[in-house]
Design a protein around this ligand. Structure first.
Ligand SMILES: Nc1ncnc2c1ncn2[C@@H]1O[C@H](COP(=O)(O)OP(=O)(O)OP(=O)(O)O)[C@@H](O)[C@H]1O
Length: 333
């Protein structure tokens, strides 16, 4: 892999609470190379959005980075002032969120928002900024961009608005795009178009992308590599094809089995039994052990770190070569 653009090393995020400190992200490490799309997947509460928020410097207090480091282009960004981070967010990191309306100012035309962003970060005059803004709208598939540039956000449909948000995220030519559930709020019929657009435009520009989603189908279509999160830790990480077709962690296998299939009645979907633990009740050993069909003694005693597991890396004792896998009695192994 080429030199990483983004490196997240041993990231810890904590929230103070009345019951003591809650650790929401616990020792998360991964990297993304230029031009690469890393999918971050997991059930609700796994820590996907917090990971994205920590990277873009938008963790909501009292949540805080309590350990580890985040490097962009070799420079630490987790310890910068708000002002410096705001500048980096515009210039080097573009963010795309689930609801396009949170990223757009309803009072300004999309052209004004695009040209202001371009001129705040790039040395171009107003005419050039407008020319580039029209180019971005065309690139993101907005028809009649020369006219639509002077429209307000409410004059666009949901799908078109998310295209505008993608154009805005790319306006300052950032090297990293963090996209948090970018299609969840959209009509199913246009989700695939937006995902394909994001993929094409980022690949063309060589931008690194962190794509947060709970949807394994989106990951399969879009990503180069994938990190599977569970209870604030990486359960498995590897090339997307290998993670999907030979999942090494029983949690990943469970997520794969739960992918909706239009041929199958929703009622019959194979969901993973049980629920993600609350932060104040993370089980000892492997956090997935109460739900795991392959749990054995060591899983309830010792917490696994990522180890080589065939074509991927998985935090699972099943892949420890020295492990005699003695199933726990009473649990379907
Ligand atoms: N402000 C907060 N205070 C306390 N705990 C929080 C706060 N924000 C998030 N958490 C907890 O951190 C954990 C991770 O949350 P996060 O939003 O990152 O999950 P997620 O994987 O993005 O889920 P979803 O798919 O539902 O967005 C959850 O247990 C959540 O309850």
């Amino acid at each position: 892999m080429s030199t990483p653009l983004l490196e997240v090393r041993h990231l810890v995020v904590e929230f103070p609470s009345r019951h003591g400190t809650l650790r929401a992200l616990d020792d998360i490490s991964f990297s993304i190379a230029p031009g690469e799309i890393l999918g971050v997947v997991g059930e609700s509460g796994a820590g996907k959005s917090l990971t994205g928020a920590a990277i873009i410097g938008l963790l909501e207090p009292p949540g805080r980075v309590a350990g580890g480091e985040i490097l962009l282009d070799g420079q630490r960004i987790d310890n910068l002032s708000h002002d410096k981070m705001r500048h980096i967010r515009g210039r080097k990191i573009g963010a795309i969120f689930q609801d396009p309306l949170t990223s757009l100012n309803p009072l300004y035309t999309v052209g004004r928002q695009l040209t202001e962003t371009i001129q705040a970060h790039l040395p171009v005059n107003a005419a050039e900024a407008r020319r580039r803004a029209i180019g971005l709208l065309q690139d993101t598939g907005i028809p009649a961009a020369e006219q639509r540039i002077d429209h307000f956000p409410h004059q666009f449909s949901g799908g078109m608005r998310q295209r505008v948000v993608i154009a805005l995220a790319l306006a300052a030519e950032p090297k990293l795009i963090v996209a948090d559930e970018p299609t969840t709020a959209l009509d199913v019929s246009i989700q695939a178009q937006i995902i394909q657009l994001l993929k094409r435009i980022c690949k063309e520009r060589g931008a690194a992308v962190m794509l947060i989603t709970h949807d394994m189908g989106v990951i399969a279509e879009t990503c180069d590599r994938v990190a599977v999160l569970y209870a604030g830790r990486v359960a498995e990480m590897g090339p997307v094809h290998e993670v999907i077709h030979q999942p090494a962690h029983p949690y990943t296998a469970g997520l794969m089995a739960a992918i909706p299939d239009i041929e199958i009645d929703r009622e019959r979907l194979n969901q993973i039994d049980g629920a993600m633990p609350r932060l104040n009740a993370i089980p000892r050993g492997c956090a997935y052990n109460p739900r795991c069909p392959r749990v054995f003694e060591r899983c309830v005693q010792e917490r696994p770190d990522l180890i080589n597991a065939g074509a991927t890396r998985a935090a699972c004792w099943l892949h420890d070569a020295h492990e005699p896998h003695v199933a726990l009695s009473g649990v379907g192994a």
